[in-house]
Write a protein that binds this ligand. Structure first.
Ligand code: NDP
Length: 309
């Protein structure tokens, strides 16, 4: 019997209990899944970083912590966590992010707002450039960034991507490292942030990097709030250097009612909905990783604690 502790907010249990039990059965795993165990009897911890469980010290027998979320910034520095930590890859996150990013990119590319919001009923034909005439840059070419880059490439955009280590992908112009940041952003007309929140990525969009973009560029952030220096972004929106910002994630969530982003005419706020883990698909990812652990195979999607993602 494998003892699996579900350590997430109680409403998540209602969503995940049935899919997890089904996925364990499907994979032939004999699992006792519970919200509570004596800690020293737990083999695996299915985890959400906003769970009440913050001290991992008593989980002496556990083999891994399996995160339900892609982002791990709220758990990666936990000094009591020495177990392998796997993040969520798949579980519907990729498809959802591709759809959200493609939709919001096309909104800016096609200038849809001019037709949707037209109270004077003005007949004002404005033909957008073709996608191939538009430089779009994705910062972060991981599970989500690469899938979005592929989707935007298939629409026809001149797609650039930036990562920490070198990458090669058909039809995507890949940049990497500190020296690759400027060429990736230089004169970009739409920029999408899909980096993790780590000390190396915080404030990556600041007064200087925003000034490298094409005047009037759109900034789309489904990554994490701290990637943007908010004061610099508001200044760039006010000066016209940035034409519009579509922001899904923020330093404080929910975004406080009095935050300037809510009232800014050039900002679209979405409430951290870019992509959500889907229980049925995520349960299959978790079950596969527990199978790996039981077979002595390597866990998938392990976080590099040194890098913070
Ligand atoms: P991955 O870990 O697969 O990819 C991260 C990418 O960022 C990699 O390409 C990595 O480079 C790059 N990167 C990391 N640090 C640096 C750095 N210092 N310089 C340059 N590049 C860097 O993550 P995912 O694609 O799965 O997810 C990305 C983020 O999306 C998550 O961390 C999360 O914050 C956010 N997210 C948001 C959601 C939402 O609903 N808004 C939902 C899900 C995720 P390399 O390839 O070289 O390692």
């Amino acid at each position: 019997m494998i003892n699996v502790l579900f350590a997430a907010r109680s409403e998540r249990w209602d969503q995940y209990e049935t899919p997890l039990r089904a996925a364990f059965t499907e994979d032939g795993l004999d699992v006792d899944l519970r919200l509570d165990f004596p800690p020293h009897e737990v083999d695996y911890i299915v985890y959400a970083p906003n769970s009440l469980l913050q001290d991992f010290t008593p989980y002496t027998r556990a083999k891994a912590v399996l995160n339900l979320w892609a982002g791990v910034e709220a758990v990666v520095d936990n000094p009591t966590l020495t177990l392998p930590l796997a993040r969520m890859v798949g579980g519907g996150l990729t498809e959802g992010m591709v759809e959200w990013v493609t939709g919001h990119t096309l909104r800016h590319h096609l200038g849809m707002d001019a037709h949707i919001i037209n109270p004077s009923h003005a007949w004002r034909p404005r033909v957008p450039p073709l996608a191939s005439e538009r430089k779009v840059t994705i910062l972060g070419l991981g599970a989500l960034g690469l899938a979005c880059a592929n989707a935007l490439t298939s629409v026809g955009f001149e797609t650039h991507g930036w990562s920490r280590s070198p990458k090669a992908a058909p039809d995507i112009i890949c940049h990497h490292g500190a020296e690759g940041l400027r060429p990736s952003l230089d004169q970009a007309q739409i920029v999408i942030l899909l980096l993790p929140d780590t000390p190396a990525t915080q404030d990556i969009m600041n007064a200087e990097t925003l000034s490298w973009l094409a005047p009037g560029a759109a900034l789309i952030n489904p990554g994490r709030g701290p990637l943007i220096d908010d004061t610099s972004l508001i200044a760039a929106l006010d000066s016209g250097q940035i034409g519009h910002a579509t922001l899904d994630v923020f330093r404080t969530e929910p975004l406080p009612k009095d935050h300037p982003y809510w009232a800014h005419p050039k900002v679209t706020v979405t409430p951290h909905v870019a992509s959500e883990t889907r229980p049925v698909l995520a349960a299959q990812v978790i079950a596969r990783n527990i199978s790996n652990g039981e077979k002595g195979a390597p866990f998938e999607h392990l976080v590099d604690r040194r890098l913070g993602y």
